[in-house]
Design a protein around this ligand. Structure first.
Ligand code: AHM
Ligand code: MG
Length: 340
């Protein structure tokens, strides 16, 4: 493996904000003329949940919010106290507004029906990377939003078992050195930083694009012995002298790895393993929202064979291998996996 060549501050492929604008104002100014404003309000609701979760994560070490909740979720994973808090915060802000029909959460065994007559379905991982939280490492809330095709029909699996291609918006709130909300509603990717003093998300970057020259690849190489052979070909290609001068960075918090690679260029991957070909990450509320954002930023995502946004889910907690980020790197990965 190459040692880190210290690439210095690489370029960010986006326009820095040249004026002060809150997310609330930005959403209103950028919604289509025909829009009712309902989606903008829903994104604002999620921004509020982000503020609540950010405020708790900042105080987590002081308020006995570190550690396990003593229960496991439906996936058999230990729930952290902060997982539970973040899940409750999302449910609280998304309920009772007449906008959300149902919520699918990593922390809930089944979809939570909120309002049968409402137009949107929200899928989310309330606190991605939460195994890192006790070590003060960045975590984030990942979300995706689907619009129901027919609100007069009773809610059913068909409302949420939908490919990422059907998303009308997606994004994440990253709780890192600062709190940042990144979203797309189909017209570019925009990033806002929370000013904790005034309690507002303020525009930082608009129209984020993956930079032309990728810098990072993010793979947990400790798992390499368990991957299928095509992955070895890809890692070998990444490290060839004639290939881009990439360095390896892996946080173990997919949302944070994705964010760094979006700003500075690169690819994140969580492959399947020979004995666990489905990998670890969840399609509906981890893979698909990040894939949607990647495509909006000029990148793409794949499960190694097909476009991640095209996969039709068969279960809400379905897992999938995920490769997401710089378009050419994801294309190359698919070539390496396809070779026999
Ligand atoms: P989580 O949703 O329970 O936090 O698990 C998902 C996380 C991802 O954020 C991260 O990429 C991955 O698990 C890390 O797993 P590993 O330690 O196997 O590399
Ligand atoms: Mg997660």
């Amino acid at each position: 493996m190459k040692t880190d060549p210290d690439p210095g501050p690489p370029p960010v492929g986006g326009r820095p904000a040249d004026h002060l604008v809150t997310i609330e104002r930005f959403l209103i100014d950028h919604q289509p003329a025909s829009a009712t404003g309902s989606l903008s309000r829903l994104l604002n609701d999620i921004a509020l949940a982000g503020k609540l979760i950010a405020s708790r994560t900042r105080r987590a070490g002081l308020t006995e919010l570190l550690g396990k909740a003593g229960v496991t979720n439906v996936q058999g994973e230990d729930q952290k106290l902060m997982d539970v808090y973040a899940d409750d915060a999302m449910t609280a802000v998304l309920s009772g507004q007449g906008r959300v029909a149902a919520i699918v959460s990593e922390e809930q065994p089944a979809p939570l029906v909120i309002d049968e007559a409402a137009p949107y379905i929200v899928v989310h991982d309330p606190l991605d990377g939460s195994s890192n939280i006790d070590s003060n490492v960045s975590v984030g809330t990942i979300f995706g939003i689907y619009r129901r095709e027919d609100v007069s029909r009773p809610l059913s699996d068909a409302d949420w078992l939908r490919p990422g291609r059907d998303l009308v918006a997606a994004g994440y709130v990253l709780y890192g050195t600062s709190t940042m909300l990144v979203y797309s509603a189909g017209a570019g990717v925009h990033a806002f930083t929370l000013d904790p003093e005034v309690g507002e998300f303020l525009l930082t970057w608009s129209d984020l694009r993956f930079p032309d020259d990728p810098v990072y690849y993010s793979l947990n190489l400790a798992s390499a012995p368990r991957w299928e052979t095509g992955m070895g070909r890809f890692v070998e290609w990444l490290n060839r002298p004639d290939t881009p001068n990439l360095t390896q960075r892996y946080i173990g918090s997919a949302v944070a790895d994705f964010h760094r690679n979006l700003l500075h260029g690169g690819v994140f991957g969580y492959p399947g393993e020979v004995s666990r070909p489905e990998g670890k990450l969840r399609l509906l509320y981890e893979g698909a929202p990040l894939a949607y954002l990647a495509e909006q930023a000029g990148g793409r995502a794949s499960d190694g064979i097909r476009d991640l946004l095209a996969i039709e889910p068969t279960g809400i907690h379905q897992r999938t291998p995920v490769f997401v980020g710089d378009r050419r790197l994801v294309d190359r990965l698919e070539i390496c996996l396809a070779e026999v």
